[in-house]
Design a binder for this molecule. Structure first.
Ligand SMILES: *Cc1c(COP(=O)(O)O)cnc(C)c1O
Length: 403
């Protein structure tokens, strides 16, 4: 029986020019973003300019992590302790963590069988909770119906904050994710679409919010050394009021990220070649259901999700174990117990008002997730799909024989 030998957590190396630049920066000893020689341009500021331009937004602040950017974004749109924040229940732990970090309480919204925010439930909860902020996670790259989301936000006077940790480079009806809300957060943590180990961006087109973001990210009064910032008058208006929540990016990470920027577009295509091949193959496997991607969405297929609809919930751990023995690493979003990076909303027990979301639980109960690193190729996706097909067939046979 064939096994898959590559590692699902193996990312590509940092481009050579990024490594060279990082080493050069280490030799200068000037690693802090405001530690510059006379006339020297800050590596972090250059990155902010380049990212803002690529993203198609006006302002960008590089910071220590995506989770940091989300918490800062929530503070900047005015979330106060005790406030409620609407959020999709299918997300990753740093999202409710960011809401908790600002002292607020999440109001979780159901997802549908395609992993999108359920807009009927969103509207019902917008009405019943009175919450004025929606933190929308484009979880695993599945972008909800943004026309419906924006319409509900408009009608209930809700400010949209986008978590684009899985959608850097993705678009919906031609608009890049992150450009719908008042403010967006991106992550450059190792497993996202650019890799600096840890890191993130906050982006916005709002000059007042941008000025406060720069100062609160920890600029002291050195904000003029930033790359993509508003006019001085916006800083004058807020510089005595914006607290310093120290969370700056450094030159080393910026050098790594700048070297990846020119490859980002091409990497999106490389991910989708692998994703589309896996999607097509998994779609043919009896017993598995892979949600169709909406036409409106141009995704970045850096991971794939599908449902084991023909597998009983109690049999899923064994199936995942069998696949792991053959080198195919799947994560299960339906596990009662949180494991590694994966947890279900009801395991975040610090949340006071835990809802029961039957639709979300039913979808996640059968959902598995697989990373698609760019170190894989089409021979790998073929082998992975073969192994999954093989083990699914064996399971279906056993099930038929014991029935
Ligand atoms: C990774 C991730 C984050 C947080 O990013 P970090 O940079 O790791 O803090 C937020 N939301 C989602 C959906 C993520 O996957």
């Amino acid at each position: 029986m064939k096994s898959f030998e590559k590692t699902f957590t193996q990312q590509e190396s940092i481009p050579e020019d990024g490594i060279a630049r990082a080493v050069e920066i280490m030799r200068t000893g000037r690693l802090h973003r405001y530690n510059l020689a006379e006339g020297e341009e800050s590596e972090v500021s250059l990155l902010e300019k380049e990212y803002a331009e690529w993203q198609g937004c006006t302002y960008c602040v590089a910071c220590t992590s995506g989770g940091y950017a989300i918490a800062l974004a929530l503070r900047l749109v005015g979330v106060k302790p005790g406030d409620r924040v609407l959020a999709n229940a299918y997300t990753l732990a740093p999202v409710p963590g960011a809401i908790h970090n600002v002292g607020a309480e999440p109001v979780f919204i159901e997802i549908d069988e395609n992993y999108h925010m359920d807009c009927a439930d969103f509207e019902a909860k917008a009405k019943s909770s009175g919450a004025k902020v929606l933190l929308l996670s484009h979880m695993r790259g599945h972008i909800a119906d943004m026309n419906a989301i924006m319409d509900i936000c408009g009608r209930y006077d809700i400010t949209l904050v986008e978590d684009c940790a899985h959608t850097m480079g993705a678009t919906w009806q031609g608009i890049r994710s992150g450009n719908f809300g008042k403010v967006a957060a991106f992550s450059t943590q190792t497993y996202k679409h650019m890799n600096s180990g840890e890191g993130g961006f906050l982006t916005t087109n709002d000059p007042d919010l941008a000025a406060r973001a720069v100062i609160s990210s920890g600029s002291y009064m050195l904000y003029a050394r930033h790359g993509a910032i508003p006019e001085q008058e916006y800083f004058d208006a807020v510089k005595y009021d914006a607290p310093n929540y120290s969370g700056r990016m450094d030159h080393l990470r910026a050098a790594m990220l700048r070297s990846q920027m020119p490859h980002l577009e091409q990497n999106v295509n490389r991910w989708n070649v692998l994703y589309d091949d896996l999607h097509r193959r998994i779609d043919m496997i009896p017993g598995l259901t892979i949600p169709a991607r909406k036409q409106d969405e141009a995704y970045v297929g850096s991971s794939i999700q599908f449902r084991c609809d023909a597998v009983d919930k109690m049999d899923i751990p064994a199936l995942i174990g069998t696949l792991a023995n053959r080198g195919v690493e799947l994560k299960w979003f339906g596990d009662d117990e949180p494991r590694a990076f994966t947890s279900r909303y009801d395991s975040w027990q610090y949340i006071a008002d835990m809802p029961h979301l039957p639709r979300t639980l039913a979808v996640l109960e059968k959902t598995v997730d697989m990373r698609i690193p760019l170190t894989f190729d089409l021979a790998d996706t073929a082998l992975i799909a073969d192994i999954i097909a093989n083990e699914m067939a064996a399971y279906m046979n056993r099930k038929a024989n014991t029935a």
